[in-house]
Design a protein around this ligand. Structure first.
Ligand code: ATP
Length: 267
């Protein structure tokens, strides 16, 4: 489903094996500029591996990744990030001896901005993610929700065209998720940012995603509009369980026992 200008990211025939285990096989997807693509699937489905390949952390065994009209297959992660495709990680490792704003500034340091511009950009991004009151405090003082926002701020400081988000809501209580979701939804409005986000919290996927890519055992099981995908029997069977759209994931994905309790998700 390409827009008139063609997709900003396109992966074709992507395969990656780890000692005979097909983490990814013949994976194809594309995202148009400004599109929000949710990526879901059980544990071990290959979601993070796909991000690793797309962002350059891993070279695929087969296939190509094209970003903004350029073939970036196997290119170094920092090159891809500087070209405008930036990822967040599930685990955050801020520099504890530095302030929140300094941690953010580090992410954009390579752009050789003046100290003043760098500081202004960092503070702007820190404000936007709601960390204004912590700007000049050490990153180690942040609670989990704050660390998540810091990770997002660091990615945003690079002014990405495409932002790859790996479970940015994990570990947040529902009240903490809302502002992050608002922020993410606002990125497209404000900057036209394309988002690819891996997420297990289905309420977030339903709210944000224009389209959803479902991976299962390294392959694309389904792709399409959120309502279409979540009512697909194959997706329900492989991942969602009985009640796909109630909010919380149907148990931890891959946790087959969790499917029994899926109808009462939401707490
Ligand atoms: N560096 C690696 N070496 C060996 N096996 C790996 C490596 N990275 C991933 N795998 C394997 O590849 C498969 C896909 O893993 P991946 O982390 O991409 O899944 P995922 O969908 O992101 O899962 P989760 O939801 O648990 O994060 C798994 O079986 C995993 O054990």
């Amino acid at each position: 489903m390409s827009g008139t200008a063609g997709p900003i990211v396109r992966a074709t025939g992507v395969g990656k094996s780890f000692r005979g285990l097909h983490a990814l096989a013949e994976v194809e997807f594309e995202a148009a500029e400004g599109e929000i693509l949710g990526i879901i699937g059980p544990n071990g489905a290959g979601k993070t591996t796909l991000f690793n390949v797309v962002s350059g952390a891993l070279a695929p065994d087969t296939g190509r990744v094209v970003f903004d009209g350029r073939d970036v297959t196997g290119a170094a992660p920092d090159r891809i990030a500087r070209a405008g495709m930036v990822r967040t990680f599930q685990l955050m490792r801020p520099f504890g001896s530095m302030t929140v704003a300094e941690n953010v500034a580090l992410a954009a340091q390579h752009e050789r901005l003046s100290a003043r511009t760098l500081r202004e950009r960092s503070l702007d991004v820190v404000e936007r993610v709601g960390l204004g009151p912590y700007a000049h405090r050490r990153a180690t003082e942040l609670p989990t929700a704050g660390l998540k926002r810091l990770e997002l701020a660091r990615a945003l400081a690079m002014r990405p065209k495409v932002l790859l988000l790996d479970e940015v809501l994990a570990g947040l209580v529902p009240a903490e998720r809302e502002p992050v979701l608002d922020l993410l939804a606002g990125l497209r409005e404000r900057d036209g940012t394309t988002l690819l986000f891996i997420e297990h919290i289905m309420a977030a996927v339903m709210r944000l995603a224009d389209r959803v890519l479902v991976l299962d055992q390294g392959r694309v099981l389904a792709a399409g509009a959120p309502e279409e995908v979540t009512s697909d029997p194959r997706v329900i069977d492989a991942y969602l369980g009985e009640e796909p759209t109630t909010g919380e994931p149907a148990g931890e994905p891959g946790d087959q026992a969790g499917r029994e309790e899926a109808t009462d998700a939401g707490s």
